[in-house]
Design a protein around this ligand. Structure first.
Ligand code: GRF
Length: 220
């Protein structure tokens, strides 16, 4: 079966891009990355793309509509079927988002809909939540909104600072994003009424407590 052609948009470090590249590296993976676009020439993530021998392009256009036009043309030229935002830091033109509706995904370092926007990990610490995590969702014009495809949960520890929490979440991101991509590439995901439905989704049967002191046994 033909592999799903993916275009990845980045702005910086590109560790999620690296995770996606690694996941797609096996020929049996149902997706392949055919283009990496960065809006910054100095984005470290471009090195990951270069090492993997992937087509890459820098579109440093500051104007939102001009960026959308250039990115849209590049994506079409490479036959991209799904766009994955991976640390892409710019607000996208609404028309571009609409053109890629249900064909563009993003990863965000919080359990959405909590803590949208910048510094999600800092927001989680400030709110005192006991669990944090990350979300892969379909992109809508509103920032960090759209049908949720997959989430991973990590505990918040009492001595966490932003960097420690961010690192724990990032480890989860690197597993979650490839998983979400695989589900889409396998043709198992549909968006119905702003909810993402996954055919044959296996869901966990676990209960997590934080703190996890010995618990009172449940009544029989
Ligand atoms: C990640 O935390 C991602 O969730 C957020 O931006 C960060 C990008 O990191 N959208 P990287 O560039 O993939 O390393």
């Amino acid at each position: 079966m033909a592999r799903l052609k993916v275009g990845v948009l980045i702005s910086g470090r590109g560790s999620n891009l690296a995770a996606l590249i690694a996941a797609c590296a096996t020929a049996s993976h149902p997706a392949e990355i055919v283009l990496v676009i960065s809006d910054r020439a100095e984005a470290q993530g471009l090195d990951h793309a270069a090492r993997a021998g992937l087509p890459r392009t820098v579109i440093a256009e500051r104007d939102r509509r001009a960026f959308a036009a250039a990115a849209g043309a590049a994506l079409l030229r490479h036959g991209v079927e799904l766009v994955a935002l991976a640390g892409f830091m710019r607000v996208l033109d609404a028309g571009f988002v609409e053109a890629w509706r249900d064909r563009m995904i993003n990863i965000h370092p919080s359990l959405l809909p909590a803590f949208r926007g910048l510094h999600a990990q800092r927001q989680a610490l400030a709110a005192g939540v006991r669990f944090a995590g990350c979300t892969v969702h379909f992109v809508r014009p509103e920032i960090d909104a759209g049908p949720i495809l997959a989430q991973a949960v990590v505990p918040v520890h009492p001595d966490d600072d932003e960097a420690r929490l961010a690192a724990r979440i990032l480890t989860a991101e690197h597993r979650l994003y490839p998983l979400a991509l695989r589900l889409i590439a396998e043709g198992r995901v549909r968006v119905v009424g702003e909810r993402a439905l996954i055919d044959g989704a296996k869901t966990p049967d676990v209960l997590a407590f934080n703190p996890c002191e010995p618990l009172v046994p449940p009544d029989d």
